[in-house]
Design a protein around this ligand. Sequence first.
Ligand code: NAP
Length: 334
Amino acid sequence: MKAIVFTEYGSPDVLHIEERPTPTPKDNEILIRVCAAAVNYGDTAGRNFGAITPRTFNMPGFLWLPARLSFGWSKPRRAIQILGNEFSGVVEAVGKEVTLFKVGDPVFGYRGPNFGAYAEYLCMRENDTVALKPANMSYEEAATVPYGSLMALGLLKLGQIQRGQQVLVNGASGGMGSYVVQLAKHYGAEVTGVCGTPRLDFVKALGADHVIDYTQEDFTHNGKTYDLIFDILGRSSFAHSKKSLTATGRVLYASFKTRQLLQMLWTWITRRSQRVICAMTSAKRDTLIEAQRLVEAGTLKTIVDRCYPMAQAADAHCYVEDGHKQGHVVITMG
Ligand SMILES: NC(=O)c1ccc[n+]([C@@H]2O[C@H](COP(=O)([O-])OP(=O)(O)OC[C@H]3O[C@@H](n4cnc5c(N)ncnc54)[C@H](OP(=O)(O)O)[C@@H]3O)[C@@H](O)[C@H]2O)c1
């Protein structure tokens, strides 16, 4: 099969097409012919992992070493040389124990840190994070749903959102934030999305009630208060955000450093009414099925900005990293 491969860390130019063996499904696995895979944060960060230091790593510094070792110290390990963590495709073959899928089923799924979706074929266990593709979405659209919706559904549960609350999403235009905005609206909140200038219209189109351009305005200075500040990159400081929280408000960090972990501990120990939550979530098949239903009910949508063929994967990564995208970017296979 053809795969988009990177054998060294670096700029988008390290992505190139190679022939790799087509995987063979085990008894409990399905072989999927990949139609489309999205370009998201995990792909660009993974490709560039060689340049990420403990300081620039988006999680506590002590997790950098295990992460770097698992990616590969000086170059990516062979097992992760094919990036792509969310995809859509068609079931091409099934192992003899598979009961949940049949040949020809349209599916979408999430590979997480195993990557492997930038290829013409991949195998998943039938009870991995893979489900029937939403019927009302194209393959290109469906490939952009799993990562963001899984993370948003998992993390928003920890945020204990309630109808009528004021929610601010810092990083509303990204892979995760675009689903946090839509779900927070679905749960009945009034939503403010914070993003960069080119993506203000995208965030409005997702349903945000208000948008703030972080290059023009610091939301901690506008005098408004929120019940939940959902900070995706962990860029806001709790010391500054406190005055933007209601008396019982919470800041939920999806990316956090040791300092924010200590703040979480401190706000719990001292029983402060304003809380810090440093939250992690994992991908589950049931949550993906929930996302599929939300898409089919019209609650979740996606906006695909551009699609690139496999041969232009480097251009797709450049487009994302240069900050031009106004929606999701997809690579189509085959
Ligand atoms: N906790 C968990 O379980 C979990 C799971 C997966 C991922 N993560 C974390 O989530 C992060 C990636 O999220 P993502 O996929 O949504 O990333 P993404 O697609 O790259 O989006 C990043 C968002 O942050 C915004 N942004 C950039 N600079 C900003 C600033 N200075 N102030 C405010 N917003 C800013 C971007 O806005 P513009 O693009 O409009 O400029 C964009 O909306 C990573 O740090 C990863 O570690 C956490």
